[in-house]
Ligand binder design. Structure first.
Ligand code: FAD
Length: 278
């Protein structure tokens, strides 16, 4: 596979304020120059609404780019998912990222689907092969998984239910990714597993987020980032080196592509992209 045949995609979240909408438009204009295979748009994370995801996805589509909305089980009923699938289908959307989602604290309504595998199965039953379905994968294992073997079995369940490919939680240790890919192959899972890449913009946010989602920041990266204190330019310069090397290692060893968690910021992702010569 040459670099050009690999799948490079970018994740955005729906903005919640008019200023956020304008900022995202500006970031998207810059990111669109990278010609990603698609933009994916989160749903539910950080309180975003389904309307916000839909509006962002439609804007991206109207700008002439492929867009993949995320869809989660949280607070969803069969009926509400049926409606949203019809809406996406009528809008010509052909790609979804199907997730369980996380319940915001204080919310009791888990919805009618317990796991992403149930959502994937429902989408397939309702819409056949209309959608390309991506699901989440966890090279360092999902924080709520009972064991690594259980998590792998659960990932396989999502693929068996009809997922076409997967995007991973971000990680900084490529060995975790390759071990996971090998374990999937041994379990008979052969769909592309695209590494999720988190550019490093700030230490405190990254540390908080990583603790919550179970992504390990290796000690040497943590210590280096800590040593920069509030020196943003040094954090970003070091982060760019670490992430570019991680991406380049993954691509050289045969990863099927890269999915960047842009956090609606264009500059770090664009710099990594250019350094990789994509
Ligand atoms: C690429 C990517 C995109 C994301 N986008 C969003 C987003 O837009 N919005 C959002 O809210 N969150 C998003 N998330 C976060 C995600 O929703 C959380 O990580 C969530 O906790 C798990 O979602 P999942 O789809 O992986 O769940 P699942 O695959 O359902 O797994 C959840 C947990 O349940 C376990 N499990 C699964 N099936 C079973 C079973 N049958 N029996 C027992 N245990 C089981 C799994 O091992 C795992 O521990 C994203 C994550 C990734 C990696």
């Amino acid at each position: 596979m040459t670099a050009r045949e690999k799948l490079f995609s970018l994740e955005l979240f729906p903005p919640r304020t008019p200023e956020g909408v304008e900022k995202l438009r500006a970031a998207r204009r810059q990111l669109a120059q990278l010609s990603p295979a698609f933009f994916s748009v989160t749903f539910g994370a950080g309180g975003s609404t389904r309307e916000g995801t839909l509006a962002t996805v439609l804007e991206i589509r109207d700008e002439g780019h492929a867009a993949a909305p995320h869809l989660s089980c949280v607070s969803s009923t069969r009926e509400s998912i049926r409606d949203v699938l019809a809406q996406y289908r009528d809008s010509g959307i052909r790609h979804l990222v199907a997730l369980r989602g996380d319940l915001p604290s204080g919310t009791a309504d888990a919805g009618e689907f317990r796991y992403a595998s149930e959502l994937v199965a429902f989408i397939r039953t309702e819409t056949g092969d209309w959608f390309h379905i991506d699901v989440a994968a966890y090279p360092e294992y999902h924080p709520q998984a009972r064991s690594p073997d259980d998590d792998l079995a659960n990932f396989k369940r999502k693929v068996d239910a009809g997922a076409d490919s997967a995007i991973t939680q971000y990680f900084f240790n490529p060995d975790a990714y390759w071990r996971f890919v090998d374990a999937c192959a041994d379990a008979g899972v052969s769909v592309p597993i695209v590494p999720g890449i988190m550019p490093i913009a700030s230490y405190s946010k990254l540390a908080r987020f990583s603790d919550a989602c179970g992504a390990e920041i290796p000690r040497w990266i943590r210590r280096k980032l800590e040593s920069f204190g509030d020196d943003g330019p040094s954090i970003r310069a070091f982060g760019l080196d670490v992430i570019t090397r991680l991406c380049s290692d993954l691509l050289e060893r045969g990863a099927p592509g890269l999915h960047f968690y842009t956090l609606n910021q264009a500059s770090l992702t664009s710099t990594v992209w250019h350094r990789l010569g994509l």
